[in-house]
Every structure is written in C-alpha cells, then in structure tokens.
Write a protein that binds this ligand. Structure first.
Ligand code: ZN
Length: 379
C-alpha cells in the first residue's frame, strides 16, 4: 500500500474513512459445503477518499484475488421489483434516444438477462461481454454473449448504445477504463452510454457498511461520477438516483475532456463505524433473548453484513433464486434455503438485507406461513 494515489484523478492525498480486515474477497460466490465456504480467500478493506476529487477506493484491493468465472452468481432477475425497474429504464432509453432496432453492447453483462430484455424491447441485436460467463455464453437469437473482458480493439464499437451496469465499481483503474471506452468510441457522438453503479452518497448517508465489500474497489456518488466522466471526455446527458435511491443511473455521450476540479464538499463516512457498533449490540441483544434469525437474501450485502458481525449467528439465509438453495455463503458458511423451506427453521426474526424488497418478502412469508419480525437494514 505504499505510494497509493487516487485511481480517479491521480492525487496523492487520501484519507482512510473505513477499514475492515480479512473480509471474503468474493461476496457473490456460493459454496457447496460449509467448510469450503468458511475457507475462502480473504483480503482487507482500506477504504480511502481522495482529498481532491472525492473518489472513494479500496486502496488494499488486489485484483488477482478476485476471479470472475461461472460460479459467480449475481442474477437479480428473480425479483419482480427488479424486473419492473429494468423494464422502466430500458423503455426510457429506447424512447429517449430512438433506439428501436439498435445494436447494443453490454460491458459486464452478467448472465445476459438485462441485454436480452433490452433487445426484446428494442427489436435490435446485442453483444454482451463478461468474463464470468460460463454455459450462458453463445448466440441465442439476437443476443450474443461472449466470455471475455472489454479490451481495446475488441471490435464491438459499431454499437448504438453501450450498457455498463454494476461493473465500474469492480474496476480498480476506473479512469483508465473510461479512457479506453472513450478511445474506442472515437468519433461517434451519437452513441449513448447507459451507466448504472451503486450510489456511494447513500452508503455514506445510511452508514451502509453492508454495501462496502472487497469486490467493490471503486465508489462514486453523483457529483464525483459526473466529474470523472467529464474529465474522461464524456458529457452527462442526465443522471439521477433510482431503485429506491440505491443506484446512480447516468446517460452519457461523447463530450469534450474537462480539467480535474477539486471537490468542494466531501462525503462523510464517519457514521459507518458507529453503524457496525449499533448492529453488533443489536445482534447481542437478539442472542440474549434467544431469538432465531434468518437473513434475506443470500446476497453480497448479507456476506458483508455477516463479516462485520462475527458474533451474529442467524440459522439460515433465504433466497428466492432456486440456484442458491442448499449452498453456503462465503465467510460465515451460513446455509441457504428457499422460502418454502423456511418454516422448518422456526425463525422469529428476518433481517432484510435490502428494504426495497420488504413488501415482496412480507408476501412470501405470508405465503409460506412464517410469522416473524422483519428488520430492514438502513430502514
Ligand atoms: Zn481523486
């Protein structure tokens, strides 16, 4: 960690705003048995903020520790709330930029679910790139998914729209990555970029330590991201918070490269450590009262939450994705079940990792006949 500089603007003055040693390096990978789930590779979080541009990064991030292959499970497509969000942002993109029949490129396409939805709505074609693609790679109708990373000269820039969702936060050299995209776009000012990242402003405001984890090495908020895009040679067409304020949604196009500007106000991360203490006390009280808790869902947030609370011992993690049932969360080794198996665990408390799904979860609990107190993070 010597000579660490800001990976957004190159400035050398960074302040440590949060740290957590020895957290699982991969939050999205589930394991077949508890022992291997507990034996995962670990790395440190040293979350630092640039004193010039406000960019936040894990300065202890080591990209060689994170392997994105087809065990990497990040699909959200099973949630009706998420499906409604995806439909809305896709329709908006197509309507706003006349993208009927468009050629789409998605960088970091996951299992291709969003790209397939986009192409179904636009009537166009799509190429998705993601090194974590396994058996999903290949051509399926108008969509081609390739198990590869985005690199220069990859020859996909005949696209009319470039989609990049929940990928930039995994890229350590974020400025270099955007410069590469900018260079590949060359002189095509008509191309639209759709960018979606977690909003770091909310993480700071809600002291959401469960949204800070090793795979996420780069953190931006609305103002800082706009600055970064502009000095990378993009013009921000619009940006807003969406998905219950959790996601930063940005539309951009080619623009003129702007100089680096100093941030006039910095995000305040001081509440994160207090939030960890609050939830540790909460977990101890739960334990003293002999309560039995489940966490919902078996997500990256759950892994980060449990990593920060080593004394919290829920009996199960619940997830509506059937591919996760019977597997185990990295770090804690906690087992995962589907909602239909939850009654057998006799829980009286359900910790909701993402309150955006609160109504959906309440309906599922009613359906399977589980009466439990719901406790939402950040709610
Ligand atoms: Zn900076």
């Amino acid at each position: 960690m010597t000579d660490v500089v800001c990976r957004s603007c190159g400035h050398a003055a960074l302040a440590t705003v949060f740290d957590a040693p020895s957290v699982p390096v991969e939050n999205s990978r589930l394991y077949a048995d508890e022992a291997s789930a507990r034996a995962v590779a670990r790395g440190d979080l040293v979350i630092q903020q640039c004193e010039r541009c406000g960019f936040v990064q894990n300065s202890a991030f080591d990209p060689t520790l994170v392997v994105y292959d087809d065990d990497y499970e990040d699909a959200q497509g099973h949630s009706a709330v998420f499906q409604a969000f995806a439909t809305r942002v896709i329709d908006e993109l197509i309507d706003t930029y006349d993208l009927q029949g468009a050629r789409a490129l998605e960088i970091g396409c996951g299992n291709g679910d969003f790209l397939r939805r986009f192409c179904a709505a636009s009537g166009g074609t799509g190429v998705g790139l993601d090194p974590a693609l396994g058996s999903d790679a290949g051509v399926d109708g108008p969509v081609e998914l390739r198990a590869e990373s985005f690199t220069t000269g990859s020859g996909h820039f005949d696209a009319d729209v470039v989609i990049c969702r929940h990928t930039l936060e995994h890229v350590p050299d974020i400025a270099a990555f955007l410069a590469l995209v900018r260079a590949e776009l060359a002189d095509r000012p008509e191309v639209v970029l759709y960018l979606e990242v977690p909003d770091t402003g909310r993480i700071a405001d809600e002291a959401a330590f469960w949204d800070v984890y090793f795979e996420h090495c780069s953190y931006v908020d609305e103002g800082g991201f706009a600055d970064l895009l502009q000095r990378s040679g993009f013009a921000v067409v619009q940006s807003r918070l969406d998905y219950d304020g959790q996601y930063l949604v940005t539309h951009a196009r080619l623009g003129t490269r702007q100089p680096i500007v100093a941030r006039d106000s910095q995000l305040d991360f001081s509440a994160l450590a207090d939030s960890v203490d609050h939830w540790r006390r909460w977990a101890n009280e739960l334990d003293e009262h002999g309560r039995r808790a489940a966490v919902w869902a078996a997500s990256s947030k759950a892994v980060a939450f449990l990593s920060a609370l080593p004394d919290f011992a829920p009996v199960v993690a619940v997830d509506i994705n059937p591919a996760k049932a019977g597997r185990h969360l990295p770090g804690s080794g906690l087992g995962v079940c589907g909602p239909d198996d939850l009654p057998g665990y006799e829980v009286d408390t359900v910790v909701v990792m993402n309150p955006v799904y609160m109504d959906e979860i309440r309906a599922e609990l009613d359906r399977v006949g589980v009466q439990a107190e719901l406790v939402g993070l950040g709610a």
